[in-house]
Ligand binder design. Structure first.
Ligand SMILES: Nc1nc2c(ncn2[C@@H]2O[C@H](COP(=O)(O)OP(=O)(O)OP(=O)(O)O)[C@@H](O)[C@H]2O)c(=O)[nH]1
Ligand SMILES: [Mg+2]
Length: 254
């Protein structure tokens, strides 16, 4: 793929609490590596051309990676304007980072284009072991109980194929004995339900392992292009989308 040509340019913002892995996701996208990152001061920038959809549209995603620290919030908000896509990131091992997602979403709705496509990104899935579900003690003919909220945080869904074990009862699975692994603080079900309730896309990622990272950016681009084609976006063309394909050209910027 010619790295200098594209059909669309989309502006993205990456938001979420401090240390959830926003910069690491961007570095994984742009450089395909994982390394030490420093807390972002204000904003950082990165871009990459992705091929999106079955017709392989070349989409240049221009990403503003924002600081999660509260003290930068007024600065980072100013970058939301004109964004076509947003990655709203939390850390699956930190409950507080998920609880703050609503506030980040409110900020996005208030300061970005109203049709911004948002994907909820559950990051750091590599840190979690897979716990088998506590199978309910069901008598024949008894109704199966709904999961309790406490069960929801103890998710059992396989994450990106990191284990092929099938759930068992009784003792912990071998994977949970790895001292580097942690329990999940937010289950797949809970994250996906939140996304569905708020009209967001949902993806599970590991910036460390590279799981789901390109998908997160690509699925968002697909959604933006779908909305563009359905003319859902503002007729004035928000700054985050360059719609005119005839302007696809070499180099330069929008
Ligand atoms: N295990 C694991 N660690 C991760 C992952 N993503 C990020 N980290 C680590 O989490 C820490 C914070 O990552 P950053 O990418 O700097 O987080 P951030 O959201 O950009 O933080 P701010 O810039 O302060 O808002 C670093 O030590 C990363 O190495 C991941 O997917 N898995
Ligand atoms: Mg950062």
């Amino acid at each position: 793929m010619d790295p200098m040509t594209w059909d669309y340019i989309l502006k993205y913002v990456i938001v979420g609490d401090s240390a959830v892995g926003k910069s690491s996701l961007l570095v994984r996208l742009t450089d395909d590596r994982f390394g030490d990152t420093e807390p972002t001061l204000g904003v950082e920038f990165g871009s990459r051309i992705l091929q999106v959809g079955e017709d392989g549209r070349k989409v240049k995603v221009q990403c503003w990676d924002t600081a999660g620290t509260e003290s930068f919030r007024s600065i980072t908000r100013s970058y939301f304007r004109g964004a076509a896509g947003a990655l709203l990131v939390y850390d699956v091992t930190r409950r507080d980072s998920f609880e703050h997602v609503t506030s980040w979403l409110d900020d996005l709705r208030a300061h970005a284009d109203e049709n911004v496509s948002v994907i909820l990104v559950a990051n750091k899935t590599d840190l979690c072991y897979i716990t088998p579900p506590p199978l309910p003690d069901i008598q024949y003919g008894q109704a199966v109980p709904m999961p309790r909220s406490s069960d929801l945080a103890d998710d059992t869904s396989p994450v990106n194929g990191s284990s092929s074990q099938s759930p068992t009862t009784g003792s912990d699975p071998p994977a949970s004995k790895d001292p580097n692994l942690k329990p999940r603080a937010v289950s797949t079900l809970e994250g996906a339900l939140f996304a569905k309730q708020h009209g967001l896309l949902y993806v599970e990622t590991s910036a460390k392992e590279g799981w789901g990272v390109v998908d997160a950016f690509e699925w968002t681009a697909r959604e933006v292009l779908r909305r563009v084609q359905k003319s859902e976006l503002d007729k004035r063309r928000p700054g985050g989308v360059k719609l005119d394909e005839r302007q696809a050209k070499k180099g330069g910027c929008c």
